[in-house]
Design a protein around this ligand. Structure first.
Ligand SMILES: Nc1ncnc2c1ncn2[C@@H]1O[C@H](COP(=O)(O)OP(=O)(O)OP(=O)(O)O)[C@@H](O)[C@H]1O
Length: 350
């Protein structure tokens, strides 16, 4: 790795595995929760880890802050080794890492201010400094008025905002968010995601966010890793992964929020309705499909849009269109050829 790349990396995960041993001592069973994972998480990014239940997401995140011990491999946060450290050695590293949880994990017997103040007390801050810091944090998350309330008096979204304020108290460089919006309704989810975006942009804090919802990835993540059975099966910018998912699991996730390609049963129906040659074309900012189709019209080829969808993600257009092309065989072939020159074309066989 070049020194510049190293400076950019906040979390470096190299060939990391975690094996749990469960069951009775006579017949132990092993579960490889994280399997030979390699990831570099860059300073300042929002990095999402997505996967179905049991994929190993929570375990991976718990390895990052040393809540679980690493079975093999090396893991560094801000250049400091996390693997093979004692609890005492982990303390200063954890100081740099905040964490928020699905069930908020607030102290029910402490007020909102008391919850946010807690890590400052542990870090040995003076009462006066603690008061000022708590006020600043509550203002940032918009809960100044709620300082004296107890968690049970708050909505789910407000509780998570307290969780965020508490996690930020000691100014960590990294925030780990484990299914931080899964217990919330869609509107509150958007509100909490908006706050996480501010944490990232205004405070410059790197965020590693675990989720099983592709909508959450789309809303906030710069890059995403897809996990399946303990392995990272795909990693890329959110736009790349949405536009060109390669792993089967990723395709399923993307189609859960974006379905621009017809299913096989829908294709049969489209074929029956559209007598022309059916092709599925990728639409991106660079593909000049409109220009090709205008030329095709001059060549006697007409087209119908049978299926499709185009969306914008991280300011880039992406999607697909299923086109039905009609005209002489030669002219239609010329059009398909011209489309291939500007984008990816998938022929739908008859
Ligand atoms: N403490 C543990 N002891 C034994 N097995 C565990 C332990 N923690 C996790 N596992 C197993 O490791 C695998 C990965 O679990 P993990 O919780 O990391 O997945 P996940 O993707 O976060 O799923 P979820 O979204 O349901 O939390 C699962 O098979 C799980 O049963």
């Amino acid at each position: 790795m070049s020194p510049a790349a190293a400076a950019d990396t906040l979390v470096s995960i190299r060939d990391v595995s975690k094996v749990f041993v469960t069951g009775p001592r006579r017949r132990p069973r092993t579960v490889t929760a994280v399997d030979s994972v390699n990831l570099e998480i860059r300073r300042g990014e929002v990095f999402a880890v997505i996967g179905y239940s049991g994929a190993g997401k929570s375990t991976l995140v718990r390895l990052i802050n040393g809540l679980e011990s690493i079975t093999s491999g090396t893991l560094e946060v801000a250049g400091r080794r996390v693997d093979g450290r004692s609890e005492t050695q982990l303390a200063p590293i954890r100081h740099d890492i905040g964490m928020i949880f699905q069930q908020f994990n607030l102290f029910t017997s402490r007020t909102v201010a008391g919850n946010v103040e807690y890590p400052l007390k542990r870090a040995g801050w003076k009462a006066e400094d603690r008061r000022a810091r708590v006020a600043e944090l509550l203002e940032f998350v918009g809960l100044t008025e709620r300082a004296g309330n107890y968690p049970e008096q708050l909505s789910g979204g407000q509780k998570q905002r307290v969780g965020i304020a508490r996690a930020l108290a000691t100014s960590p460089e990294l925030l780990l968010a484990d299914e931080s919006t899964s217990a919330l309704d869609p509107e509150t989810t958007q509100e909490v995601l908006g706050l996480l975006r501010r944490v990232n942009r205004e405070l410059g804090i790197t965020i590693v966010l675990i989720t099983h919802e592709m909508d959450v990835v789309r809303a906030v993540a710069d890059r995403v890793a897809v996990m399946d059975s303990g392995r990272v099966v795909e990693v890329g910018t959110t736009a790349e992964v949405f536009a060109h998912p390669t792993a089967e699991t990723t395709r399923k996730f993307v189609s859960s929020v974006m379905r621009t390609v017809p299913r096989p049963d829908e294709l049969a129906k489209l074929r029956a309705e559209h007598p022309g040659r059916l092709v599925i074309v990728d639409v991106t900012d660079r593909s000049r499909i409109g220009a090709v189709l205008s030329d095709a019209a001059r060549d006697g080829v007409s087209f119908d849009i049978a299926f499709g969808g185009i969306s914008i993600l991280q300011s880039q257009s992406f999607g697909t269109l299923t086109l039905s092309l009609t005209g002489s065989d030669d002219a239609v072939s010329r059009t398909v050829h011209a489309l291939r020159a500007v984008t990816t074309v998938q022929e739908v066989s008859h």
